[in-house]
Design a protein around this ligand. Structure first.
Ligand SMILES: Cc1cc2nc3c(=O)[nH]c(=O)nc-3n(C[C@H](O)[C@H](O)[C@H](O)COP(=O)(O)O)c2cc1C
Length: 264
């Protein structure tokens, strides 16, 4: 079926849906994308061309993907990437049903990538039953993405406590008030937040203060067994460099990695 692509079309089946009753002004980036509608389908065509001047190969990356990530992360910060620390975390149930969501990357050490969350949330329950996890960073402004595949393990209570203390008091209390991922009504959440401030004797406009780490909250560390660095190039002929960890570590006990270029 032939389709006519337009930059301004408003898909009727979306307009009919309950969630899009408000009109959303077109953003400048919409020029990069055209859409076409058939009776029941929205077709999208992208005009974004990636054209980064730099080039990565197995020969010009560092032997450790964690060190390579460190360099790319700093470059993303200096290139003005908005929220370079935002990463997509994918988990799966024991039977392999996947789910993804964004979390904030908080720490990189010689073992892996750390984020913090509620230990009773959906992601944590999935990691408890299936520790396989994937992370994805996308730094649009640099046409770069980094994939991490590995196993997740809980941070120690001491590490989680140290991080929890560094959070603003509102976020500390928010962690206590929210049974993350459970079904809740808006007014009940507000009541729970209010009760939490009262319980700890914290004024609602407090800017500072500390409350204990909830036992249901803390960090996860994803220890990579595979990482991939991706750089956007014209005609979708992108650069991809993949690291695979081999079982046998180096004589210093550090992970040993095989590095390959992958087809785009
Ligand atoms: C940019 C961004 C960063 C986020 N960072 C976190 C985070 O660090 N920890 C967290 O628990 N949720 C974070 N969230 C909320 C999660 O995406 C998600 O809604 C929540 O953790 C519940 O996920 P779950 O029900 O799959 O466990 C973030 C959301 C966005 C959009």
């Amino acid at each position: 079926m032939s389709r006519i692509f337009t930059r301004l079309a408003s898909p009727s089946f979306l307009a009919r849906s309950k969630s899009s009753t408000r009109s959303i002004p077109p953003s400048p980036s919409m020029d990069a994308v055209e859409i076409a509608e058939t009776a029941d389908t929205l077709h999208v065509r992208s005009h974004v061309q990636y054209n980064t001047p730099d080039h990565i190969t197995p020969d010009n990356v560092l032997p450790s993907p964690l060190e390579q990530f460190h360099i790319w992360f700093n470059e993303a910060r200096h290139a003005g990437v908005r929220e370079p620390d935002a990463m997509c975390l994918s988990t799966a149930t024991a039977s392999g049903i996947p789910s993804s969501r964004m979390v904030l990357f908080k720490q990189l050490d010689k073992h892996g990538f750390v984020f913090y969350t509620n230990y009773t949330s959906r992601k944590s329950k999935e990691l408890e039953e299936n520790p396989n996890a994937a992370l994805l960073f996308f730094w649009r402004e640099m046409s770069r993405q980094v994939r991490v595949v590995g196993r997740a393990e809980k941070m120690s209570k001491e590490e989680s406590e140290a991080y929890f203390k560094s959070r603003p008091i509102g976020s500390q209390l928010g962690a206590w008030a929210s049974a993350q991922s459970s079904v809740i009504d808006e007014d009940i959440l507000q009541t729970k937040v209010k009760e939490t401030y009262e319980r700890f004797g914290i004024a609602e406009d407090a800017q500072e203060g500390h409350v204990p780490l909830p036992q249901f909250w803390g960090g996860w560390r994803v220890i990579p067994s595979e990482m991939e660095f991706w750089l956007g190039k014209p005609s979708r002929l992108h650069d991809r460099v993949r690291y695979l960890r081999v079982e046998e570590p180096t004589s210093d006990g550090d992970p040993r990695w095989i590095i390959n270029r992958l087809s785009p």
